[in-house]
Ligand binder design. Structure first.
Ligand code: HEC
Length: 196
């Protein structure tokens, strides 16, 4: 009786472990459980040292200057804001201008706005990896082959040097970001809103 009992107990314990492991991922449906925790952590590190927040996170004014607004982190230039007024003559002469929280820009290329990188359907964190990789490697809007080129100052020509594993980590991390619905304005030339 004793010899039979131990193997049976082992089998029961092992199947309980298998059920609890598979059950956890399926229950939460959380992307972080599908991508490994190490991959997401590496992505967080790369996003931090890659200073994505500088341009992609709206900021609030703090005692020492602009501070990231945690509610809107990495959601791009907020579409609820008026378009900042840039000096078009200065921009045309080559002077680059930033708004107060570095989320919109004017330069010889026109006026551009940082994009939403969160996991919302309006953000790059909701894209599949192939589109994300294409956007960074080829500088194409939404990561689509026939779309327009990404505008300055997005430094994709630096980020394109990241190996696939790093791009996968960044993508995995973006997928875990709090979704913020926001569609930043399309880039534009001078003469309309945003120029003076
Ligand atoms: C110096 C400013 C700046 C930095 C730093 C920056 N970006 Fe961007 N990024 C932009 C701007 C501006 C756009 C939008 C360009 C456009 O509309 O063509 C953009 C667009 C993108 C897009 C394409 C979005 C779309 O909808 O097509 C992705 C993806 C992206 N950035 C990811 C990143 C990641 C990841 C980092 C950090 C590793 C980063 N960016 C750092 C300015 C920046």
């Amino acid at each position: 009786m004793k010899t039979l009992f131990i193997p049976v107990l082992l089998v029961v314990m092992m199947s309980a472990a298998v059920i609890s492991c598979t059950g956890r991922g399926a229950e939460t449906g959380n992307q972080a459980s599908a991508d490994s925790i190490e991959l997401v952590k590496r992505g967080e590190y790369l996003v931090t040292v890659g200073v994505c927040d500088d341009c992609h996170s709206p900021k609030k004014m703090g005692p020492k200057g602009p501070e990231i607004d945690p509610e809107l982190r990495l959601s791009g230039f907020p579409s609820s804001r008026p378009i900042p007024k840039f000096d078009s003559n200065m921009a045309k002469s080559g002077m680059v201008q930033f708004n107060e929280d570095f989320t919109s820009y004017a330069g010889p290329w026109g006026i551009s706005f940082s994009a939403n990188l969160t996991s919302s359907p309006t953000g790059a964190g909701s894209w599949n990896f192939e589109n994300f990789k294409y956007a960074i490697r080829h500088g194409k809007w939404k990561g689509l082959e026939n779309s327009r080129d990404l505008m300055p100052p997005m430094p994709w020509f630096n980020y394109k040097l990241m190996p696939d594993e790093d791009l996968k980590a960044v993508h995995a991390y973006l997928r875990t970001l709090k979704p913020v619905d926001n569609v930043p304005p399309a880039p534009r030339g001078f003469g309309g809103a945003g120029s003076r």
